[in-house]
Write a protein that binds this ligand. Structure first.
Ligand SMILES: *Cc1c(COP(=O)(O)O)cnc(C)c1O
Length: 464
């Protein structure tokens, strides 16, 4: 499989190259040159397979020659061995129409682990072949950082610098990052919000001299391999609910548009997905973009679902590229316009194409809390605020198609908000106990490119 940039001019890479590069050198995002196709018989053949075997079949066409099937199976087996549930991503029924897909049984209790545990091992395998090393820089609204740090701590060939907005992540999220004291892990709290952190990361990649001197790479969902690994659970869930013979919809709590784009990819590959519901909180740029064509940033409002407190969704570019006829020059012009004006009108043809697949909803705090209460009182399921937003959107959607709500975080990770909504205090699983007793290590820096680059230069290994 070959990977091309959404902006058309970066070198075409294989899977190994696209994984190690993260962002494309022309500022775009790597996408597969075409979508592998799964026939109804291919999908039917997934019935009864374990999560790991499902992942091997779904990922193999994307990985191409970069790994043998045995290497791929070995990486996936080790990645999911650390999950606390043998099903990896169990489905839980709520009522006659609604299901939860629990994606939070990994080491840091959010769905980011599903991709990151395998991505850390992909990096180690690919770097081990060349003897090279990379500097991973990332911005996190909480869950990406902890998942990346858990997956990469102590691994050979990688130095990790993770930026988080100071005071805007929950205490559990912060401690999951800052109590990892492995020497290759560096946490930076910046004065600013998540979008400031993400903009700093983009600026470092665009600083060509800095990027090549330290071999910068990314594990944010701009990294294609993450999305590939998330496509797997759409197949896994849909097959359990009757695919290829029955259509299924998914409701996805959305921030950076990575998770729901993986659903879009699954559909493009032939999985019979009826609707993809893009659920946002009050930070509703994606809802406005999909429902009105208005893709314009506002200011970020902090909410009880901080991993969705985002105004600029990096992966939306991948959708615009696909819906706009896969023309890199067109996407590059669109994105350059958006980056300077902080606003863009989605062209009518792209809106129509999106409307054939996506529904969207912006869910306010009251409706989020009502969904958490309903799950608790009527189904005995404790859910987190991100999941609550997607469940509210799922229940508000019409029709009779089964709807799977992606449960993206363990409720114990957002205990205060869950208790406020439902009166029930969720327990943190045993694997997170001790978090509050451990030593923390991080630096606080201004949201200033020169200051951050100086800090990284002082601690990273330059390319010889
Ligand atoms: C990251 C995250 C999201 C948003 O996912 P995107 O891929 O950024 O759209 C939703 N819920 C939780 C708990 C998350 O950590």
């Amino acid at each position: 499989m070959r990977y091309i940039s959404t902006r058309g001019t970066a070198p075409i890479l294989d899977f190994q190259g696209a994984t190690l590069a993260g962002l494309a050198s022309d500022g775009g995002l790597y996408v597969p040159e075409d979508w592998p196709s799964f026939s109804p018989a291919d999908i039917a053949a997934l019935a009864g397979l374990s999560y790991v075997e499902t992942a091997v079949r779904v990922c193999a066409p994307f990985v191409g020659d970069s790994l043998t099937e045995a290497e791929l199976r070995d990486i996936l087996t080790r990645a999911y061995a650390g999950f606390s549930h043998v099903a990896v991503a169990p489905l839980v029924q709520l009522d006659e129409r609604h299901w939860l897909l629990e994606l939070f049984h990994g080491p840091t209790l959010a769905f980011k682990d599903v991709a990151m545990q395998a991505l850390g091992r992909l990096f180690e395998t690919f770097l081990g072949r060349s003897g090279g090393h990379v500097t991973i820089i990332g911005a996190t609204s909480g869950d990406t950082g902890s998942a990346a740090i858990d997956a990469l701590a102590g691994r050979d060939g990688v130095e990790v610098f993770m930026l988080h907005p100071q005071g805007r992540v929950s205490e559990v999220q912060r401690r999951q990052m800052t109590t990892v004291l492995a020497p290759n892990i560096h946490n930076i709290a910046i004065h600013g919000n998540f979008d400031d952190a993400q903009a700093l990361v983009k600026a470092m990649f665009n600083d060509a001299a800095f990027a090549s001197r330290f071999a910068l790479s990314a594990v944010n969902s701009i990294n294609w391999a993450r999305l590939m690994l998330q496509i797997v659970y759409y197949f896994y869930a849909a097959v359990r609910l009757g695919a290829p013979d029955r259509r299924v919809s998914f409701s996805v709590p959305t921030g950076n548009f990575g998770d729901v784009f993986a659903g879009y990819a699954a559909r493009a590959m032939g999985l019979p997905i009826d609707r993809l519901i893009v659920a946002t909180n009050q930070n509703d740029i994606l809802h406005r973009a999909l429902s009105l064509g208005d893709y314009s940033t506002g200011s970020v409002t902090p909410t009880d679902a901080p991993s969705m407190d985002i105004q600029v969704s990096s992966n939306f570019e991948r959708l615009l590229f696909d819906l706009g006829g896969r023309d890199g020059a067109v996407t590059a012009a669109e994105m350059r316009g958006f980056e300077s004006a902080r606003a863009m009108a989605i062209p009518a043809d792209q809106r129509t194409a999106a409307a054939a697949i996506f529904d969207s909803a912006a869910v306010n705090a009251a409706d989020m809390r009502a969904a958490i209460r309903w799950a608790q009182d009527s189904c005995g399921e404790t859910i987190d605020p991100h999941t609550g937003i997607a469940l509210a959107a799922a229940r508000a959607s019409g029709g009779t198609t089964p709807v799977v709500t992606l449960a993206t975080a363990h409720p114990g990770k957002f205990g205060d908000a869950v208790e406020r909504a439902s009166g029930v205090r969720p327990q943190l699983p045993l694997r997170a106990s001790g978090l509050f007793d451990r030593e923390e290590r991080y630096v606080v820096l201004p949201a200033d490119l020169a200051a951050i680059e100086a800090h990284i230069a002082a601690h990273a290994r330059p390319v010889a």
